[in-house]
Design a protein around this ligand. Structure first.
Ligand SMILES: [Mg+2]
Length: 130
């Protein structure tokens, strides 16, 4: 599968890139703006991502804004719900209101940080990516 890792923190990004590379081809972006660009580029190339691991706290464009932008682009392109990219939101913020907000905005699964790889694997199974 094709995976996009969106994470502003170098150590977290490196960890995710290394860990997720056993599941597929990984690209990494350092901020939200770059993430939306990578998403659009992959779609234009007709090789869209299957999964986006999306950090929430990022400067300028945060994870919620990226999520919103991606779901809007998919809507404009007429992409069916079942064909939408799976998005796992990664965050240290585990308050219920944040979880609720992310789901309302079209996030597929929510993972707390620091990342528990067993839970991440469970999340991918739940999304039928594994
Ligand atoms: Mg961050």
């Amino acid at each position: 599968m094709k995976i996009l890792i969106v994470e502003d923190d170098f150590a977290s990004r490196k960890f995710m890139m290394d860990y997720m590379s056993k599941y597929g081809e990984c690209d990494g972006t350092v901020d939200g703006k770059e993430a939306v660009e990578a998403f659009m580029m992959a779609m234009d190339d007709e090789e869209p991502y299957d999964l986006i691991c999306l950090d929430v706290m990022m400067p300028e464009m945060d994870g919620y804004q990226v999520l919103k932008a991606i779901r809007e682009i998919e809507k404009e392109e007429g992409i069916l719900a079942k064909e939408q990219v799976k998005i796992i939101m990664m965050t240290a913020l585990s308050e219920e209101k944040n979880v609720k907000k992310a789901f309302e905005m079209g996030c597929s699964v929510y993972c707390n940080k620091p990342v528990d790889t067993n839970r991440l694997e469970d999340a991918m199974k739940k999304l039928k990516l594994l």
